[in-house]
Write a protein that binds this ligand. Structure first.
Ligand SMILES: O=C(O)CCC(=O)C(=O)O
Ligand SMILES: [Fe+2]
Length: 198
């Protein structure tokens, strides 16, 4: 997973014009997460979702789906599209943190998982995350002094976004905006944990 994510980061860096090494170095230290999802068959699949609509808050998601059972859907222009599993293939999603790192050029992807009434489904997600205290800030090439590319998101740490989703906001399609609004408005969590605004 480390090799795959580093290769993808190199391509993303090249596509953004910040060089092959920029994101590789940014993610040299990581606090990445692996999650296994299991969706049992459901008698009323039309009334139930395996995972509700959300954007991943992490930087990149590399997802492996059960070879035979569909379930992942991605929203494009307001419509849900099934992304069926392909043998030996991963699905790669941009997450909110990479959206902020690219100053909004790459968009995090709205997706969900549906269930069916016959087959259990499994998926395995590798969530690439920066080191917990790393400050998320786009490279200067993506923010021009002449305000051509105005800075969209303020600095934040991965730790503060992670805490936000674990203590006071369930990840959905508006997580990053809700987090930024919250960050601009106050710096104290409901559980009295504190976060330093950068
Ligand atoms: O199971 C899937 O296909 C999607 C899982 C997912 O979106 C997640 O774990 O964040
Ligand atoms: Fe997800």
């Amino acid at each position: 997973m480390d090799d795959i994510s580093m290769n993808i980061l190199e391509l993303l860096g090249m596509s953004l014009g910040v060089g092959q090494k920029y994101f590789r170095e940014f993610f040299q230290k990581q606090d990445s997460i692996m999650r296994l999802n299991y969706y049992p068959p459901c008698q009323k699949p039309d009334q139930t979702l395996g995972t509700g609509p959300h954007c991943d808050t992490v930087s990149l998601t590399i997802l492996y789906q059960d070879d035979n059972v569909s379930g992942l859907e991605v929203q494009v222009d307001g419509k849900w599209h099934s992304i069926p599993p392909k043998p030996n293939a991963f699905v790669v999603n941009i997450g909110d943190t990479f959206m902020a790192l690219s100053n909004g050029i790459y968009k995090s992807c709205l997706h969900r998982a549906v269930v069916n009434n016959q087959h259990p489904r499994k998926s395995m997600a590798f969530f690439l995350c920066p080191s917990i205290d790393k400050i998320i800030k786009p490279p200067h090439e993506l923010v021009s002094i002449e305000q051509k590319y105005e800075r969209i998101y303020p600095d934040f740490t991965w730790k503060s976004l992670l805490n936000f989703t674990q203590t006071c906001y369930r990840a959905d399609m508006n997580t990053l905006d809700a987090f930024i609004n919250w960050l601009r408005g106050n710096n104290v969590f409901p559980n009295n944990g504190t976060v330093t605004r950068q």
